[in-house]
Each structure stands twice: as structure tokens, then as C-alpha cells.
Write a protein of this length. Structure first.
Length: 482
């Protein structure tokens, strides 16, 4: 992780960076870029956040054009050049990734080793013909797409998100197996561009999220794309001419679906199995994640783990946050004292936000309403639809809302969940407040630009205040007047 390796080198440490890269399992005529990528920059730059958003934004533009008639605009799309789009995006991320390499060749004290690392002894790794040892090791191996135990799945040429982001030929039809962030983001990308998409979920879409938010997303998403929920997978086969044939059960009825492509987005697993971590005394926990304590220390002194391989939160912004924490507490202390600290403050994940860059967007921070209930918290909520705001009215919004969860006794902000246009941007108004222990008045005492989209949040805060008043809580006059 360059957020640790480069600053450590700048502080005078000898640094070895090991990166396996990744394979793109597509034939040459369908693949943008090379079959194997060295992958400096990690999952986010090469096969995750960055290329996906560069493809999803055009999908959002297409969606806006398709729905332009409600604004009295008569317009049509003549063509979408998927091959040019994917080739451009791939070239952009590959250029950025390639620009990182020279930084590891200019100095003999900062080296990049390309290949699969395996521990062969205590704090000793083998990478190809090279044997490397170090006093201090940071594990940031990330995660890889998971292949679910569906009969026949390993015998067919399915896509994962890695291949989907570099697929130059748009399929006419596609099965998407999965129901999480990646599934609904890529399902939207392909669906908006014209592929007949079938979303196949064993339970529901985005099932771990706040239920009210999830239900709103599901309602809108299901109007645009074909969503199958409560599915049991029986078998999958592939024929070069006919395509993929998926046998499944839905609503007690046995069915078969045939499509040109099949995309697996069934979660990820940590990339720890090949590391042979037991050889250096590092234990794994359930799911194959590296076992760490509240300070990101592994079970072997002098080895830390962060990011997806530790599995605290599977977000790039979490990995960045954890890297900064280790840089401050470990590497700077090593520089100043020559040894890691015997003890230091535990990492604080308060205010860790999430966002789903599908359409509509979903974002949030803090507890869900279900978590508030499970914890026995006394709370009120304020929910304001997009359409009940000036900017929502300008956009002719027919979906979306902002939802605030407020603790009754303290008026502390417990959570915020938003479904709709620019939700991932809107939620940042609440992120610092929640992290700093902010209260309802911190939202209500702000001066909001009129008629900016954030008035939706203000209105949700007003509704939460009204709920406090209705519940008979002591609400100061100043707060009642806002």
C-alpha cells in the first residue's frame, strides 16, 4: 500500500513493496489491455473503484437522457460505443498504474518486487527467486472475487468484476449473480448501456443496509432492471453458441435462464491463502482474514495488517484511514525512537461512511435503524423525500429520501442514510458531525444555501426535531424555531 510504503521511504527506511498483480481472464478480442497486469495502485485503481466509476458515470448520463422527456426534452441516443469507452477507461487507469513504477526504480532503498509472496520462515518471504526479510512488515494484500458453490460454476467461463470492467464487447444479455455493492453498480452499468440484465439474489438486494433505504433502492432499481430475489441456484452450463444456461428456483418454481454472459459478484475473499502466514506466526480468523487487534497488530510482533485482508471494513477509504493510522503510530514512532510503541491508542472507526454508486445512489454513516432497535436505543427519526425540497422539485424527483436517526435523551446523531441523486456527496455533511459526537442542533443551526440539495437533510432534521417534540422530550425554544 503506497500510503505506507512511500512515506516510510521518505522518512529514511529501506522499503520493499511486493505486488502480485492480477489476471484478466478474457480472450484477446474481448479484452481491453493486457491479460496480466502488474497492478501497482492496487484493486481500487486497476480493477475497482476508479474504472468502475469511469464507466458508471456514462451510464448515469444515459439514464438522464432516457428520462429527459419528463423535462419536456425530446432526445434520443443514436449509439453507445462501448468498445471506445472501455478502451479509453482501461488506457487511463493503466497509464496511472504504470506511472507508479518509476518511483520504485530510482532509489536502491525503495524496491518493487513483482510476483506472489510466500512466507518461508519468520519474517522471511520468497518472491520468485528473491528471498526478502524485514524487521517490520505491513500486510495489505487486499481481497479477490469469491466464487460461490453453484453446481457447474467452475466449469464455465464466467466473468468477475475484474473482467467486466475490461470487457470491450457489450453483451446483449447478462446474468448478474450477487446482491451487494458491486453487483448493483455493475448491473446498472450494463443495464443502462442496453444489456438485458437479470439480477439474481439469494435473498434481497443490499440486504445488510438500513431496511427502509434498501426497500426504496430496490423499488426504483427493479423498475429499470429485471430483479430476481429469493433465488436458489441449481446448476449452470455453457455452450459457445447458446451462451450460459442457469437453472434456478424462484418462488417455488423451477426456471431456466439463458444469456450471453454471466457475471459473478458474490462478494470477496481475502488474498491470504497463498501467503503461508503460519510460517511467520500470523493467525487468520473466520473467513481467512488476518487476525488483528484494536491496534491492527497481528499475532506476530512487528507485523501489522490493514485493508481488505484484515476485513474490518471492505472500503478503500477504510484502507486509506488505517494506513494513515499506522503511519502515524508505528512508522513515525520507529523513526523517532528506533522501536515501535509498546502501546498506543486503538483505531477509532466512528463515522465510517459507505456509498453505493448505482442508480439511485445509496449512502450512509452510523447505525441503521435496525441496529438502533437491536441495541435498545431510544431514538426518533426524520425522513424527508427528495421531492419535498426546492431542488428535488426542480429535478422532478419521484424517488429518494434522507433519513436521520437521533437519540432522544442527548439528541446525538446516531445515523444518516440517503437514497437518491448525489447521496454519496450529501452524506459528507453528516460524517464529521457524527465522528465528533454531533447533535441534531449542529444540523439545524447551519445556514443552508437555498435552494441547494442539502435542504433535504435540513428538512429531515426538522422532522426529527418535530418527532422529539411529539414524543414529549424537552426541546429548547431556539431548536423549535429552526
Amino acid at each position: 500500500h503506497m500510503g505506507v510504503s512511500t512515506p516510510a521511504h521518505n522518512l529514511g527506511f529501506n522499503v520493499a513493496m511486493i505486488e502480485h498483480g492480477f489476471d484478466v481472464r478474457l480472450p484477446d478480442d474481448l479484452r481491453a489491455g493486457e491479460a496480466h497486469k502488474h497492478g501497482l495502485g492496487g484493486t481500487c485503481l486497476n480493477r475497482g473503484c476508479i474504472p468502475s466509476k469511469m464507466l458508471i458515470h456514462p451510464a448515469d448520463v444515459v439514464t438522464e437522457i432516457k428520462e429527459a422527456s419528463r423535462f419536456n426534452i425530446d432526445v434520443k441516443i443514436n449509439a453507445i460505443d462501448i468498445e471506445q469507452l472501455v478502451t479509453r477507461v482501461t488506457a487511463s487507469v493503466d497509464k496511472d498504474s504504470g506511472s507508479i513504477n518509476p518511483g520504485y526504480t530510482k532509489s536502491p532503498t525503495k524496491q518493487w518486487f513483482s510476483g506472489t509472496a510466500k512466507f518461508i520462515g519468520d519474517k522471511t518471504l520468497q518472491v520468485g527467486d528473491n528471498v526478502i526479510s524485514a524487521n517490520y512488515i505491513f500486510l495489505a494484500g487486499g481481497a479477490v472475487p469469491q466464487v460461490p458453490p453453484i453446481p457447474g460454476i467452475r466449469d464455465v467461463p464466467f466473468l468477475t468484476s475484474t473482467e467486466a470492467l475490461r470487457l470491450r464487447k457489450q453483451p446483449k444479455s447478462m446474468i448478474v449473480i450477487g446482491a451487494g455493492y458491486i453487483a448493483v453498480e455493475l448491473g446498472h452499468y450494463f443495464g443502462a448501456m442496453g444489456t438485458e440484465v437479470h439480477m439474481m439474489a439469494r435473498s434481497k438486494l443490499l440486504r445488510t443496509m438500513d431496511q427502509e433505504s434498501r426497500d426504496e433502492f430496490d423499488r426504483v432499481f427493479s423498475e429499470r432492471y429485471k430483479v430476481h430475489t429469493g433465488v436458489t441456484f441449481r446448476n449452470v452450463t455453457f455452450d459457445p453458441k447458446a451462451g450460459f444456461s442457469l437453472e434456478y428456483t424462484e418462488g417455488g418454481e423451477e426456471k431456466t435462464l439463458v444469456t450471453e454472459q454471466l457475471l459473478l459478484c458474490a462478494g470477496v475473499v481475502p488474498a491470504t491463502m497463498e501467503l503461508n502466514l503460519a510460517a511467520t506466526g500470523v493467525e487468520l480468523r473466520e473467513g481467512g482474514f488476518v487476525k488483528v487487534d484494536e491496534c491492527l497488530r497481528t499475532t506476530r510482533e512487528g507485523i501489522w495488517a490493514f485493508g481488505d485482508c484484515a476485513g474490518n471494513y471492505l472500503f478503500r477509504h477504510c484502507a486509506n484511514f488505517e494506513g494513515e493510522y499506522l503511519l502515524e503510530n508505528i512508522i513515525h514512532t520507529l523513526k523517532d525512537t528506533g522501536a515501535p510503541p509498546a502501546s498506543y491508542e486503538a483505531i477509532d472507526y466512528t463515522g465510517m461512511p459507505y456509498a453505493v454508486f448505482s442508480n439511485p445512489q445509496v449512502a450512509g454513516v452510523g447505525f441503521t435503524e435496525e441496529e438502533c432497535q437491536a441495541k435498545g436505543l431510544a431514538y426518533v427519526k426524520g425522513v424527508n423525500p427528495y421531492r419535498k425540497s426546492a431542488m428535488g422539485d426542480a429535478r422532478l424527483s419521484d424517488h429518494g429520501f434522507a433519513k436521520l436517526l437521533i437519540e432522544r435523551d442527548t439528541r446525538r446523531i446516531l445515523g444518516c442514510h440517503i437514497v437518491g441523486y448525489e447521496a454519496s456527496t450529501m452524506v459528507h455533511q453528516v460524517v464529521p458531525l457524527l465522528r465528533l459526537g454531533g447533535r441534531l442542533e449542529d444540523l439545524l443551526y447551519c445556514i443552508y444555501i437555498h435552494p441547494a440539495l442539502n435542504e433535504i437533510l435540513r428538512n429531515a432534521a426538522r422532522k426529527a426535531r418535530d418527532a422529539l417534540v411529539e414524543a414529549g422530550d424537552d426541546v429548547p425554544l431556539k431548536l423549535r424555531l429552526k
